[in-house]
Design a binder for this molecule. Structure first.
Ligand SMILES: Cc1cc2nc3c(=O)[nH]c(=O)nc-3n(C[C@H](O)[C@H](O)[C@H](O)COP(=O)(O)OP(=O)(O)OC[C@H]3O[C@@H](n4cnc5c(N)ncnc54)[C@H](O)[C@@H]3O)c2cc1C
Ligand SMILES: *[C@@H]1O[C@H](CO)[C@@H](O)[C@H](O)[C@H]1NC(C)=O
Ligand SMILES: *[C@@H]1O[C@H](CO)[C@@H](O)[C@H](O)[C@H]1NC(C)=O
Ligand SMILES: *[C@@H]1O[C@H](CO)[C@@H](O)[C@H](O)[C@H]1NC(C)=O
Length: 537
């Protein structure tokens, strides 16, 4: 009898899946040890990396930044492949670099002086650092006595400090709020007073944090566990030739036919225990079913689908796994958070861009920070739709671009997905006409075209990225990463392996987290077959 090569099927051609395939191939190809294939449900590779085009500009619909270049394996690949340089402009968000000032503007069109914005910015940063255990020694109450808190801030901090278990955080926050100035009208800001402004600036930072973490509600973040999250040092940059160039590099090493597109897996049958008569017509223990009715047998399956897809897969009795995943695994999947973050690209109509000085030179659109009244405030402009109210910034994707970008999180991000382009154009135009002010004629801002991402409704993703929700912990990421069946059983080992962003305890939510997880699972199999020592080093 001919001994069959072990067959490894990788589900998903995103960063994790292609990294695993690349690693398995590069270590063992010359020895022809395995049969490896990547089955991808969509019609393209990249997953949550999707470099695309809008109005002639290159844009990123998913992953955008290399979060810290120091030690990042993806930065290294980008350097090696010369992906960090391009003749054409790209989404580099250089509008807030030093030669271009950030403008903070409050609803109604009031430019806010850095002297009011910066103390709140510092307060927020300190609060977040403290909550995440980054500067435990730092007594935030003494950091900046000119900034003031308010009821909202106070209760926010209290909740954070309850989570953190640190009394120090809430003590003395009243010191931020100099009550003698409560009723002070803020100069030139009409319906704003200082307290309202500070609250609203704080909320703007909260909203930025929502897009960073994908937690729709920051109080649903477990700050303690989030403190395990690791950043690479150094700059955060975007990739000139597009994030997809890294994906293409990883895929280019694979022989034709290894990656199979349009192969959506609907069911995975595995064998937690050995049955003498298991009904499988193959010696390979795992059987995959595809949406077209076809099946495939495998010795090992590396699952890289998103946490959102996994949550749906365990959601009902007819779930993806048969038998269902063990409880400890399913519980980790349901405890961890998976939020929605979407990007909205808007093209400024050509008539928007003219200076008042008679020159017909286009004027650069600034890097705007938007300060909204609270959604419940009586002072709010009623024309601004609720789903626009928590978008903290609006800026061109590079200095000169006529394409502006806005980030959305949580409920607002979900709502955006179901809106018609026309509703978005109208809502955005109404919003920016409420921000009209001197310096730039915001009342002239008109949008001709929009493009939004739809990560929550796309059945291949069902959300954007993971976070540590209250009730979960870093351990849940480790549980996510555990292969099945557990080693103690007598059935064939390593039938189902788990990779993907949401299986990495310290780099979750990122492309490099996905990358590391793909390497980890490839190495697990290589080690199992005793390949690592022989071929790797
Ligand atoms: C809007 C947005 C912005 C982001 N910004 C950044 C950023 O700036 N920096 C950063 O580091 N990260 C960012 N991320 C996160 C980053 O994109 C992800 O962490 C990473 O790409 C995840 O890779 P993955 O391989 O784990 O999963 P995925 O890329 O989701 O790959 C899984 C693959 O599985 C496929 N699949 C799903 N179900 C099935 C099925 N049933 N059968 C077959 N195939 C299936 C999917 O189509 C997909 O291709 C962002 C994400 C989003 C959505
Ligand atoms: C990826 O981008 C293409 C356009 O370039 C688009 O058609 C497709 O819907 C995008 N996929 C996702 C999941 O956003
Ligand atoms: C923090 O500041 C408060 C108020 O100024 C003070 O009472 C407290 O002792 C300080 N705590 C530490 C740890 O320095
Ligand atoms: C930006 O616009 C200016 C003025 O129109 C132009 O001279 C310059 O070449 C543009 N730069 C880019 C990168 O498009």
């Amino acid at each position: 009898m001919v001994v069959k090569k072990p067959r490894i099927v990788i589900v998903g051609a995103g960063m994790a899946g292609l990294t695993a395939a690349n690693k398995l191939h590069s270590v063992t190809a010359s020895k022809d040890l395995f049969e490896v294939c990547v089955v991808e449900g969509g019609s393209r590779i990249g997953g949550r990396i999707n470099t695309s085009e809008f109005c002639g500009d290159q844009i990123e619909l998913g992953a955008t930044w290399i979060h810290g270049i120091g030690g990042s394996p993806l930065h290294k690949i980008a350097q090696q492949t010369h992906s960090l340089l391009s003749d054409k402009p790209w989404e580099c968000m250089d509008g807030n670099s030093s030669d271009q000032t950030t403008i903070t503007i409050a609803e109604g069109g009031f430019h806010l002086d850095p002297s009011i914005v910066n103390p709140i910015t510092r307060l927020f940063k300190n609060l977040m650092d403290h909550a995440q255990g980054k500067n435990q020694k730092n007594n935030i109450t003494e950091r900046d006595t000119t900034a003031r808190g308010d009821e909202f801030l106070h209760s926010f901090c209290k909740k954070v400090s309850t989570r953190v278990g640190s009394a120090g955080l809430s003590i003395g926050l009243d010191a931020y709020w100099d009550s003698s100035k409560d009723q002070e009208e803020f100069k030139g800001c009409g319906i704003w007073n200082r307290k309202l402004l500070e609250e609203a600036i704080f909320a703007m930072h909260e909203n930025t944090q929502r897009t960073y973490t994908s937690a729709g509600d920051l109080l649903n973040l477990d700050y303690n566990a989030e403190s395990e999250y690791q950043m690479f040092p150094g700059e955060e940059i975007t990739i000139a030739k597009g994030y997809l160039s890294i994906i293409e590099y990883l895929a280019s090493a694979l022989p034709p036919g290894v990656i199979q597109l349009g192969r959506k897996v609907t069911r995975i049958q595995w064998q937690p225990e050995r049955h003498e008569q298991n009904g499988f017509c193959s010696s390979r223990p795992v059987k995959l079913h595809f949406c077209d009715g076809s099946v495939m047998h495998a010795d090992h399956v590396i699952i890289t689908v998103s946490l959102g897809v996994l949550k749906a897969a365990i959601g009902d009795d007819q779930g993806m796994f048969q038998p269902p995943l063990p409880n400890y695994k399913a519980e980790a999947i349901s405890r961890l958070g998976f939020g929605v973050v979407n990007k909205l690209f808007m093209q400024l109509s050509p008539t928007t861009h003219h200076c008042k000085d008679g020159h017909h030179r286009p004027k650069r659109f600034p890097y705007l920070q938007l300060v909204f009244h609270s959604p419940h405030s009586e002072m709010r402009h009623k024309k601004i739709p609720w789903w626009m109210r928590r978008s903290p910034t609006l800026c061109p994707i590079y200095k000169n671009s006529s394409v502006l970008l806005c980030w959305f999180a949580g409920e607002e991000a979900k709502a955006l997905e179901s809106l018609k382009d026309e509703e978005i154009i109208n809502g955005a135009s109404d919003t920016f006409s409420s921000f009209r002010c001197s310096g730039y004629s915001y009342n002239e801002v008109k949008f001709s075209k929009v493009l939004k991402t739809k990560w929550a409704t796309d059945p291949l993703f069902l959300g954007s990225y993971s976070y540590v929700a209250v009730g979960s912990s870093g351990e849940d990421f480790d549980t996510m990463a555990e292969p099945l069946p557990r080693e103690s059983t007598s059935s064939p080992p390593l039938q189902i392996l788990f990779a993907g962003e949401a299986t990495h305890r310290t780099h979750y939510s990122t492309t490099h987290g996905a990358y590391f997880s793909g390497l980890r699972e490839a190495n697990r199999l290589l080690q199992h077959y005793h390949c690592l020592g022989i071929y790797n080093n």
